[in-house]
Design a protein around this ligand. Sequence first.
Ligand code: NDP
Length: 434
Amino acid sequence: IRRNAGEEVFHQAVREVLESLGRVVAKHPDYLDEALIERICEPERQIIFRVPWVDDTGQVRINRGFRVQFNSALGPYKGGVRLHPSVNVGIIKFLGFEQVFKNALTGLPIGGGKGGSDFNPRGRSNGEIMRFCQSFMTELSRHIGEYIDVPAGDIGVGGREIGYMFGQFKRLTNRYEAGVLTGKGLAYGGSRARKEATGYGATYFVERMLATKGQSFDGKRAVVSGSGNVAIYTMDKITSFGGRIVACSDSGGYVVDEGGIDVALVKEIKEVRRERISQYARLKGNGARYVEKGSIWDVPCDVAMPSATQNELTGKDAKTLVRNGVIAVGEGANMPTTPEGVRIFQEAGVLFAPGKAANAGGVATSALEMQQNASRDSWSFEQTETRLAAIMANIHDACAETADEYGAPGDYVLGANIAGFVRVAEAMRSLGVI
Ligand code: NDP
């Protein structure tokens, strides 16, 4: 804690994993001898850099850029870039740490890393976004590569930003190295189904988790927080599975539409117009209402899918959801539920899918994008989605079986942490003390 002073969310993420590892250490005391747990908690490399850019009025602006290359035992570092004013080294380290275990769970050859900047894209013009992305990549380009570190999107980084970053990388290096970034557009090496993958994957995971209790999304009420990339495609898939989305949100408030959220309208507002979710109620009419501030978790539902940001679902929210009869929670975002919230769900017997397992479909499909780039190939949407569905089924089953093996049936948190940890620890052990 002293070495990582002030990095509260990083402490939270590490504590949550360590709490699961007692049973592993009891079985394999040798992990302690080799300091594997301490080594896994220490990033291999942290890069912090200045990002200067010029705004539309000619004013020079300075942001701070980060890339934390956490663990490369399983493959090149892999993980997204977040652009949000809250970004600091603690947030990037928590995300990088989670990413190591998540990537291990996919079974694919990818290590873990994460990056970002405290740049606030809100209200910035297209030109400003482009100049920021170019400046960010000017430094980042020295540290990444198809065999080194492969960034992707996260909060505030979608297809547009990845395009500007890839363009700058190509210009600086004079190399068409498609596999250096994922989440690219289809016109220049992107993978079909990547945009949809995190939300679709989370939905596949929860559908399989519900099936263990003889349930499914069909006919269920669902609440999905956020209205960004993960939230939109979660809503899309749940709707196609027969569920009804009754609320979604952004950082300003939430909308409730008892008739079922019109996902095409949310896409239009968020992806095309780049406006606030409050517009939904105005454009839809028909009984949809907007609630400014407040908690979206006050809306009663059978399934809750927190898909916005960390610690957005508190203990108080968890109590409300349990009181309202929630049966399953699937984390689309990274660590959206506070530790108290997780405890309340688990004690109430609510099925709980932790983000590092449930949202792994995004990075898994990024690894499929890398495979397509390496073989100069481009797969169909169906082929890619079929691979994604199979990967999510495997992750679900690995978590469930590991929880059984370690004497905690139904505890997906413990199952995900142990299954991810063992895979990374075994690889690290084979590579010697590095
Ligand atoms: P987007 O930027 O596309 O969307 C984020 C959404 O969450 C927006 O609706 C945003 O609202 C809301 N949000 C962000 N910060 C806050 C906040 N502090 N308080 C309330 N709402 C907030 O990001 P993504 O959909 O890509 O990411 C969402 C989550 O999923 C993150 O935790 C991310 O790490 C995780 N994730 C993403 C993956 C991906 O493939 N994109 C893969 C795996 C995990 P507003 O517009 O008002 O800021």
